[in-house]
Design a binder for this molecule. Structure first.
Ligand SMILES: Nc1ncnc2c1ncn2[C@@H]1O[C@H](COP(=O)(O)OP(=O)(O)O)[C@@H](O)[C@H]1O
Ligand SMILES: [Mg+2]
Length: 318
């Protein structure tokens, strides 16, 4: 008997994140999960941050960067969010604050904020805080996040740590300059900031920590890994999970997609034999710590609500 995601039904998770290598079926699974919960009567948002989003293709509907009701399923909404949009939101949210900080001790143009916005990690960090904002707004019972392919996702999860280190270094750096200018205040007539530098920086720090806490919180968040029974799929999955272990993020479910179930020709028999080996590797390695859910390779691509619901049926079988 294969496992399923059915145990999630009784839990009131607020955020389900879907991760894995590109092309393994993340968007398909994210959508199938979102449709399933929407059908249960939970108002659900499926959000894609993949640079090549395909929610629009799956639902055959223009979705884009605004919450769009997916008419075919009551209570289901979709959004495809690009890095440009996120960066703009970041600018609106933090721009004035950053300007306030910097201009309190240096004579800079507002353009400087844009420059800071290009710092590595800001975009991902803000993506996380944006999604957390969505979750906390309680506008939806559940947010299903179709994350960008593996590399990205991992970077994203490392980020709060990197970001914090960066802030620490930056704080020290700013504090040195700041105290230096503070001493000179009388002579050079510096403007006085409204909030102190330390207050602002520590509020960023609080935000980053809040995000880490949230994605670690098993009551609220769930991370599901999607893979395929092939060498590359297995390798990347191992990398993802060992990274997660390092950051104390727990994975309870792994979806093994594109599994060949019936093999009635030499071609499919060969594929099936190959897949069986990789499935066994995954089962040996992870079977005792997470549920492994097999999803059969369908004869056709997964497009439209009807086919998505067939995948939901497999994922949540009881
Ligand atoms: N179980 C499956 N059977 C058949 N086709 C599938 C299955 N899962 C995904 N696909 C197809 O594979 C392609 C890639 O899936 P997608 O969910 O977009 O991957 P990702 O989001 O990981 O890049 C899509 O065309 C999708 O319809
Ligand atoms: Mg995708």
């Amino acid at each position: 008997m294969t496992d399923s995601l059915a145990d999630l039904e009784s839990k009131n998770k607020q955020l389900v994140m879907i991760g894995g290598k590109g092309g393994v079926g993340k968007t398909t699974c994210a959508t199938a999960i979102a449709v399933y919960f929407a059908r249960l009567g939970r108002k659900t948002l499926v959000l894609s941050s993949d640079p090549t989003p395909s929610l629009s293709d799956i639902f055959e509907l223009e979705i884009g960067d605004r919450q769009t009701p997916i008419m075919a399923v009551e209570g289901l909404y979709g959004i495809e969010i690009s890095s440009d949009v996120v960066l703009n939101m970041w600018r609106e949210r933090f721009g004035p604050e950053i300007y306030e900080v910097i201009s309190s001790f240096a004579n800079v143009d507002y353009d400087f904020v844009d420059y800071i916005g290009t710092a590595p990690g800001i975009e991902e960090e803000y993506m996380l805080s944006y999604i957390m904002g969505l979750v906390e707004s309680k506008e939806f019972d559940l947010v299903v996040w179709d994350t960008a392919p593996a590399g990205h996702t991992l970077r994203l999860l490392h980020l709060p740590q990197i970001f914090l280190k960066h802030l620490e270094a930056a704080t020290k750096f700013y504090m040195n300059i700041y105290s230096y200018f503070e001493k000179l205040r009388e002579t050079v007539k510096l403007q006085k900031g409204k909030r102190t530098l330390l207050e602002i920086i520590s509020s960023w720090e609080t935000l980053a920590l809040k995000i880490v806490d949230f994605i670690r919180d098993q009551e609220k968040s769930e991370f599901i890994v999607v893979t395929i029974p092939e060498a590359l799929g297995v390798k990347q999955t191992e990398r993802i999970i060992s990274d997660f272990d390092q950051y104390e993020l727990i994975v309870n479910h792994m979806i093994i997609n594109n599994v060949v179930k019936e093999a009635d020709c030499p071609f499919h028999r060969a594929r099936k034999a190959m897949q069986t080996e990789y499935i066994k590797i995954l089962e040996d390695r992870y079977g005792d710590r997470m549920r492994l859910i097999q999803v059969p390779l369908a004869p056709l691509e997964i497009k439209g609500v009807e086919r998505i619901e067939q995948i939901s049926g497999v994922l949540f079988s009881k």
